[in-house]
Ligand binder design. Sequence first.
Ligand SMILES: Cc1ncc(COP(=O)(O)O)c(C=O)c1O
Length: 399
Amino acid sequence: MSDAKLQRVLSSLTEVYRQLNSLPSSQASYAGYVKLDTNENPFALPKAVMQSAVAALERQYLYPEDDNISLREAAAASYDLSADQVIAGNGSSELLSLIYKAFLGPGDSVAMLSPGFAYNRKLAQLQGARLLEIKWGESSLLPIHELLFGPAKQAKFILLANPNNPTGTFVPIADIESLVALSDQLVVLDEAYVDFAPDSALRLVNRYSNLLLLRTFSKSYAAAGIRVGFGFGHPEVIGRLRNIQNMFNMNVIGHAVGVSILAHRATYNENHRHIRHERERVRGALSRLGFSVTPSHANFLLARVPAGRDGVWWHACLKRKKILVAVLPDEGLEDCIRVSIGTKPQMDAFLAAVEDISGAQTISMMGRIAASGSALLHVGKDSGDRKESDDRKTGLPQR
Ligand SMILES: Cc1ncc(COP(=O)(O)O)c(C=O)c1O
């Protein structure tokens, strides 16, 4: 394509899409890394779930079931809802994107508690809409007054994740209920990490028509690569979202795995117990190494790194040791890393790497002090100030 043709093609993009950058042609492969940056659950699927996936492959020549009906019925039965209160998605991110498409046009706004799930920034941008980020920090007290009476009042919907990503903090369901009861806006409550938390807002779905709950099987059910997510809400809202969904949005494996996970949810109890246990073990270990770690109700930890370095520096050092953690784009979290909780060997590898880096950092800091000390020693000698230089000499640790 000549440049002139390319310019013509690009200028035909919609106003909103014209402003987007094109993605680089390739992304790095992370094979061989301990991947703790996107909050997956690194365990195998239960045997019965795996068998259902393999059996589904025998239906590969058929289109998947229309409107995900069996999966929606199975989810409705598991969560005590009716099928018309359930939408099934190719991951919950597909459902998030439908919500943005359905409710936001150019110039509209959506309110999100911040820091929050960064993907929402892109979704708002794709609609030409404004994401109003309501500063929340690492608190678990919902700023209800601000959401009801501040600029968020103009937003087409309010979005919050509970437990929140990237903080892992959890808001009591009574507070969520107050917000939903007092607000006339749609409240989208993203419960991606709820299975690691003490409670859920599921019981509110039948009570409030302005609540839309999102769930995923990517985090607590170890199926991130299969892509299964759900939305639960009022049939009038859910039905409209289903109406704008791509046809055959999920595939036969997603359907089979989703139905089978729903039938075997209890087999995941041990998985969840392990993650909660490892989360607390890693939190303790990081705290002893000088990190300040936010108490978490999810399958990850937000850790403020020891003074003197930032999250990007730790990310780079860990990456050199083949460990991937997340750094956050949010203001105020520059000195943080977010680490997913995986298997015990993965977490041991992460902690060993952190210890190594902390040790090397201490040695290099001592080296710098030593070097500046010996420089002073020379200054002292040159200036004849032997007393001070001798003190520094004896006071300095040896490398
Ligand atoms: C808060 C939150 N919501 C939604 C998602 C997307 O999950 P899914 O894999 O179902 O698209 C994530 C993934 O990291 C998340 O953290």
